[in-house]
Write a protein that binds this ligand. Sequence first.
Ligand SMILES: Nc1ncnc2c1ncn2[C@@H]1O[C@H](COP(=O)(O)OP(=O)(O)OP(=O)(O)O)[C@@H](O)[C@H]1O
Ligand SMILES: [Mg+2]
Length: 255
Amino acid sequence: MKTVVEAKRIKKVYGAKGNMFTALDEIDLTIVEGEFVGIMGPSGAGKSTLLNVLATIDQPTSGDIVIDGISILNMNEERLSRFRRDNLGFLFQDYNLLDTLTVKENIILPLALAKVNIKELEQRVNEIADTFGIRPILEKYPYQISGGQKQRTAASRAIISNPSLLLADEPTGALDSKSATDLLESLKGLNEQRKATVLMVTHDAFAASYCKRVLFIKDGKIFTELVKGNVSRKEFFNKVLDVLAVLGGGTNDVI
Ligand SMILES: Nc1ncnc2c1ncn2[C@@H]1O[C@H](COP(=O)(O)OP(=O)(O)OP(=O)(O)O)[C@@H](O)[C@H]1O
Ligand SMILES: [Mg+2]
């Protein structure tokens, strides 16, 4: 199986002498193609820092990160932005859609510079819109659709270029439970049917129960990991809750 992410001894230290804080403390992480990995842990544990370092948004203080066989450290800005565009998809809590573009235009935006022919493009947009259940709203503008539909539009945009890795930070954070479930079901479909590789940070045990593996982070270190295996989503949900009871950082802690 193809390795998508190989991260070794990642360390991230913020601040300067006398006022240093270690947000990531020697984290090792391997993700293979087709995985759906969740990251959980208390507020301040280092989840977003880890995601941002893997996303090439932030640089680790030390360690090695290889994504898609390419070492992502020490690249100049131009190579980095090309790498992001060609290899990664991003999904954040706030949808970041452009208000002056339709849903469809927002989705195809990442391909605007690529040489894809119109027919192929139409077909691809329709396929993805079906996966995320947003085909009927393709011609609408962001202000005309719900939060859940916005997030499914953002997810469609994130994967239109077929990234090797989809990185999501609290993608259900701003959604009501029905919209969250719709998004998670779509991500699950994307993962199972198209073998998309997904890494998702979440506070929500329900969201985490859609993952095939969940890493729990505490104080910048990997505390433990759960693998779903053959148990039902409900059973996995209960296992996630059990770990959170020990670790803290579940939804109940935050509210
Ligand atoms: N730019 C920064 N400068 C200094 N410290 C930072 C910076 N960014 C994050 N930190 C610290 O690093 C730690 C990890 O932050 P991070 O955002 O990764 O946490 P998190 O697990 O995503 O938390 P949350 O669940 O609240 O989103 C926190 O203690 C935070 O205060
Ligand atoms: Mg965070």
